[in-house]
Structures are given as structure tokens and as C-alpha cells.
Design a protein around this ligand. Structure first.
Ligand SMILES: [Fe+2]
Ligand SMILES: [Fe+2]
Length: 248
């Protein structure tokens, strides 16, 4: 696949997971919205993104599926780069039964976006969501990484972890498969946005029991295969946030 195809087109990461993100040529942080296409045509949209990225993201969604097939939007937290475009996204999807899924500590804040869709609090549903096919998405609360209600989603059927800002990179990946600077590509993002190494270690520990084949972060490249153990090991020892603040 040429570079253009890896940035200008939707990219199939697996048979079921598609990257529909935007890689900016300017200074704006590049984001990774993903689609999961399940059996029977049902789709789940993860972290749809921002208003300025909306035209590109929605064009890519439409190249993969009719938006009406999206039954569920999962938001890892309430940042503008994650859910700034939700009001227009839900208008385009145009389904009365559209669900927006997140932790209640996220949904409480997102309520101020004036959305029409039903809100599904994972902590009121045993941290799970069952799709029509019977497929179950599992959610892991990652408190303060970097939001109070931050979550990761684990699709056990494909062993895919959608990690939100955890495992993300600020370093401007050239495509979703660009991990040239890995694992140091993750340093600046975590040092800047994660509150401390102790809290980072706590979140990583809650993910350790999962048998993960690939990590899809909200910024930067996909982390797969042998890189997964490297990523855990690297972040476990990375000082960040308050660890780097000086008394003065
Ligand atoms: Fe964020
Ligand atoms: Fe983000």
C-alpha cells in the first residue's frame, strides 16, 4: 500500500478494524478514530474525533460503511480530540437507538455537549457491552490516565485493545503503521499528559491479565506483536507528570 493510501484512505488494520483518522500536515495533533465492523453489519465507532477533522473522518467512514450501520460510539474520555464532533456525527448517523458508551465520570461532563443519543455508562453495566451478534466488548477503567473516567476497550474475540490516550504518541506518525521511533515515541505524550508514574503503573497493571495481539491508541501508530511487551516495560519505568515537576 502506498503512503497516500495509508493516510488519505481508510486503512484496514484487520478484517474487522478500520482506521478512519486524520494525519495533519500542520501542527494539529493527529488522531485515530477506529471502526469495528461486526457480523451482521453492525458497526462500533471509537473516539470519533474533533470538529476540524470531521469532514475527513466522515468521508473515510462512508468509504467503509453507511453511517447508519453504526449502532454504538465508544468514547475513551471527554477531550475535544476524542468527542468534539459528536453532535454532528450523531446527526449524520441519524439513528434513534444510537448509544454513546463511556464511564460515568466521562458522560457527566459530555452531557454538556447537548447530545441527543442515549448514554450508556459502562460502570452501571458491569464494564461490558454486548453487540447484536453476541460479541462482547469489555471496558477497563484507567483512572486519571489522563481523565478521571478514562477507559480502554478490549475486544476479546480479536484480542484488540483500543487504549485511548494510553500508549499514545505526540510524535506525528507518518501512518497508522509508523512506529519508527517506538518505544520513545510514547515518551513526550505520557510525560506531558499522564499524572505520575505510580498512576501509570496502576493502569498498566489492570491491563496485564489481557491476552493482547494489538494495541490501537488514539494517537500514533498501532503497537503489535513483540512491541506490546516492550511498550508495557517501557512505560512502567517512565517518570511523568508530577514526577517531573520541580519545587520552585
Ligand atoms: Fe486526552
Ligand atoms: Fe487524545
Amino acid at each position: 500500500m502506498t503512503q497516500d493510501k495509508l493516510t488519505e484512505q481508510p486503512v484496514a488494520i484487520t478484517r474487522e478494524f478500520f482506521w478512519v483518522g486524520f494525519i495533519g500536515k500542520g501542527t494539529r495533533l493527529s488522531c485515530n478514530p477506529y471502526l469495528l465492523l461486526d457480523e451482521g453489519g453492525e458497526a462500533v465507532f471509537f473516539d470519533p474525533g474533533s470538529i476540524p477533522d470531521f469532514p475527513v473522518v466522515m468521508r473515510k467512514v462512508i468509504e467503509v460503511i453507511p453511517p447508519k450501520h453504526i449502532s454504538t460510539i465508544v468514547v475513551s474520555h471527554q477531550d475535544p480530540d476524542v468527542c468534539g464532533n459528536l453532535a454532528v456525527v450523531e446527526d449524520v448517523i441519524d439513528r434513534e437507538d444510537l448509544k454513546i458508551v463511556g464511564h460515568s465520570n466521562t458522560l457527566r461532563l459530555m452531557d454538556h455537549l447537548g447530545l441527543k443519543s442515549g448514554l450508556y455508562a459502562i460502570d452501571a453495566h458491569d464494564y461490558r457491552l454486548q453487540l447484536t451478534s453476541g460479541r462482547i466488548l469489555e471496558f477497563i477503567h484507567l483512572p486519571f490516565l489522563h481523565a478521571a473516567g478514562a477507559i480502554a476497550t478490549f475486544d476479546r474475540a480479536s484480542r484488540t485493545l483500543l487504549s485511548g490516550d494510553l500508549f499514545a504518541s505526540l510524535e506525528g506518525a507518518a501512518s497508522i503503521f509508523d512506529n519508527a521511533k517506538f518505544p520513545h515515541s510514547m515518551d513526550r505524550f505520557h510525560q506531558t499528559y499522564m499524572p505520575s508514574n505510580a498512576i501509570l503503573q496502576r493502569g498498566l497493571k489492570s491491563l496485564e491479565p489481557l491476552d493482547i495481539d494489538r494495541i490501537l491508541p488514539q494517537h500514533g501508530g498501532v503497537i503489535g506483536g513483540d512491541q506490546i511487551a516492550v511498550a508495557f516495560k517501557h512505560l512502567r519505568q517512565l517518570p511523568c507528570g508530577a514526577d517531573l515537576m520541580k519545587d520552585d
